[in-house]
Design a protein. Structure first.
Length: 222
């Protein structure tokens, strides 16, 4: 039976969380909303619709949600040609692929944004499939993105590890019944990630790569 290594992308493999913070903050500002950057940071990892709802509340003018998302997409798109992969992100995916893991991405990104992220990681040879925002009805913290990634990999939850950087990732993974490894490079505190369901926490892809033999990946037999 196979094994699946499921990865979030933003803040986990590519150093983009603070770019999202600034571009969402600017999109809100342009629309006349004053949203603190620290609040935006805590919401990064949610899909666009859920992020807007989380930050503006249910009494907002929902007819303007699409305009906010479009403004963020346009602002963030300015960085597509220079998104920085986190240290050893590509090496980690290729190592897992060589070790027999089916590597699947589970991300709220889609379309051109997902393409830019994959170019930054530069490990397409190791990535079997992607569960993107275009493929699911509910994003994280719902388990659907992780469950869809497992379907693409063809493995049950007990044969998978999910790696992410936000509480939304950890809640999604926990609800999907997979082992969860968290990374701190997205800027979320260790205690918050552990409370949300992380089985282990690492500084980033480089530390996880160096620690594979003692990580949740080592708990699943080949």
């Amino acid at each position: 039976m196979g094994r699946a290594a499921v990865f979030d992308v933003d803040g986990t493999l590519v150093d983009t969380n603070h770019l999202h913070v600034v571009t969402w903050w600017e999109a809100f500002r342009q629309a006349g909303h004053r949203v603190p950057m620290h609040a935006v940071h805590r919401a990064v990892g949610l899909g666009s619709d859920d992020l807007v709802a989380h930050l503006l509340g249910e009494d907002r003018d929902k007819d303007l949600d699409a305009e906010l998302s479009a403004a963020h997409k346009a602002l963030y798109g300015q960085y597509f040609d220079r998104l920085p992969a986190l240290e050893d992100a590509g090496r980690l995916l290729r190592r897992l692929d060589r070790d027999g893991w089916t590597v699947v991405l589970a991300t709220s990104a889609g379309g051109a944004e997902l393409g830019a992220l994959r170019r930054a990681i530069s490990a397409d040879d190791a990535i079997t499939a992607t569960a993107s925002a275009d493929d699911v009805e509910e994003g994280k913290p719902a388990p659907e993105p992780v469950e869809h990634a497992l379907e693409l990999a063809g493995v049950p939850a007990e044969r998978a590890v999910f790696v992410g950087d936000t509480v939304w990732d950890m809640r999604a993974g926990a609800r999907a019944g997979v082992r969860c490894a968290a990374v701190l490079c997205g800027g979320i505190p260790r205690a918050d990630l552990e409370e949300a369901g992380a089985d282990a926490v690492y500084d980033g892809p480089a530390e996880l790569l160096a620690s594979l033999a003692q990580s949740p990946f080592a708990l699943i037999d080949p």
